[in-house]
Design a protein around this ligand. Structure first.
Ligand code: ADP
Ligand code: ASP
Ligand code: MG
Length: 414
């Protein structure tokens, strides 16, 4: 049986009417002869609402209990979607992550999928049912519920597609596909008909919330064909994620802004071999995404070491960094949270120095100071002040001539 996996995001299942529309589209897919496995997010802003409730009760809830709570959001939407499909006369069954064999590690709130035991899924598909799986969740080998991190339903979808050797994985969302920048922040952003795994992976890691980075990593590793398209207008093909960008010329393809980062500086660290190792090895095991590490020589044999981390990782690492400071006798930690990371992305862009100089020139022209820079073959990122960041995003997008014909996001019912 040819299998297709579809994922519908929170806005796409945000009301009962939308759930009914999604149910119709799923049935149409089944009628084309596919075995259909669907994963969905929690309805609308349900996850944000649950987090707010938790914080009212306990400002620092344990991650295990938070996962227990957040997983209920997806449990609501899978049951409603299965009911909507049944109401239209098709067979469907909803399964939680645990029921469908999604086994993860024990890193609550940021768990990774270790395996999907597909027996139950195949059994239900074998009975001609449409299988609806709760996105964003799994369970540990002990049977405790975990979640995969915000936006993690995309990863559930790709993991299911890989485990079932599906023909295709379709991500349905509240915009028409992947754009050159967030169409809600940059009104002229252009819809792309295709983008390479590497480019969208980099964009996702650098703040393009349209895809969970791990979903792209998993699809790339397993050559899983992936498309991103609208849940409100099925006539638009959306964006195909492909192996390579067919264009030879290095070209900026996307501009992203990540406002959810903080800059941490440890001033006056003794300048001796092994110090960076000591600091960063102490963070191993905390599951932090480090970025933009910068060391600058001060004076009298002392350095400043700065790096950026996602906001959500900050609380987790502070005690460890403070212990390091005590141990080596550095100055107190400096934390700057009103920063943002502006990045340009495109295969091979650092091989053309005109691109880097154009970016820095544009930011200079806007009167904005660049605090840190990092590059890879495929991206250039700058840390700048947050209050200038939106303007910089739009201007840099325009500078690289990325503006195109866009159907505005609001038209898609978001
Ligand atoms: P879903 O609930 O469907 O997963 P998300 O909110 O997680 O939806 O992702 C879709 C949103 O991603 C869009 O509404 C858009 O504002 C945002 N976004 C950010 N960058 C991009 C981009 N480059 N292309 C498309 N959408 C983007
Ligand atoms: N509901 C979860 C979130 O809001 C997961 C997802 O939507 O992918 O982050
Ligand atoms: Mg999402």
């Amino acid at each position: 049986m040819k299998i297709i996996v579809q994922k519908y995001g929170g806005t796409s299942v945000g009301t009962t009417e939308r759930i009914q529309n999604v149910a119709k589209h799923i049935i149409e897919t089944k009628q084309k002869g596919y075995g259909v496995v669907v994963t969905v997010s929690a309805m609308g802003h349900a996850t944000d609402h649950l987090i707010k409730l938790a914080k009212e009760i306990n400002p620092n809830p344990s991650r295990r209990e938070l996962d227990m709570l957040l997983a209920t959001g997806e449990q609501t939407s899978i049951a409603l979607l299965a009911m909507a499909i049944e109401a239209l006369g098709e067979k469907a069954i909803s399964l939680t992550g645990y029921q469908c064999g999604i086994e993860t590690d024990e890193f609550y709130s940021k768990a990774r999928i270790n395996a999907i035991h597909t027996e139950r899924l195949r059994e239900e598909l074998g009975q001609d049912k449409i299988v609806i799986v709760a996105g964003f969740q799994g369970s540990t080998p002990h049977g405790d519920i975990t979640t995969l991190g915000r936006g993690g339903s995309d990863t559930t979808a790709v993991a299911l597609a890989v485990a079932l050797s599906a023909e295709l994985c379709e991500i349905y969302t509240d915009v028409y596909g992947i754009y050159s920048s967030d169409p809600r922040k940059v009104p002229g952003a252009k819809l792309m008909s295709s983008i390479s795994y590497d480019e969208i992976l980099e964009m996702a890691k650098l703040g393009a919330g349209v895809m969970h980075p791990r979903s792209v990593e998993l699809a790339r590793k397993n050559n899983m064909p992936l498309t991103v398209r609208s849940a409100f207008d099925y006539s638009v093909a959306g964006t195909k994620i492909v192996e390579v960008n067919p264009m030879e010329k290095a070209q900026v393809r996307g501009v992203t802004l990540d406002e959810h980062i903080v800059r941490i500086s440890v001033p006056n660290v003794p300048d001796r071999p092994g110090i960076a190792y000591k600091l960063f090895s102490s963070l191993v095991g905390l599951n932090v995404s480090l970025d933009m590490i910068l060391q600058n020589l001060n004076h009298d044999g002392l350095n400043d070491i700065s790096f950026t981390v996602p906001d959500e990782d900050l609380d987790r690492i502070i005690p460890t960094v403070e212990a390091f400071i005590d141990e080596v006798g550095a100055s107190p930690l400096l934390i700057k949270s009103d920063v943002a990371k502006l990045s340009i992305i495109g295969t091979g862009i650092t091989s053309d120095v005109k691109i880097a100089s154009g970016l820095f020139g544009k930011i200079y022209e806007l009167g904005i100071n660049i605090e840190m820079i990092s590059t890879s073959e495929i991206k250039i990122s700058c840390i700048i002040d947050q209050d200038q960041a939106q303007r910089a995003l739009q201007e840099v997008h325009r500078y690289f001539e990325l503006n195109g014909t866009t159907v505005h996001a609001e038209e898609q019912g978001a």
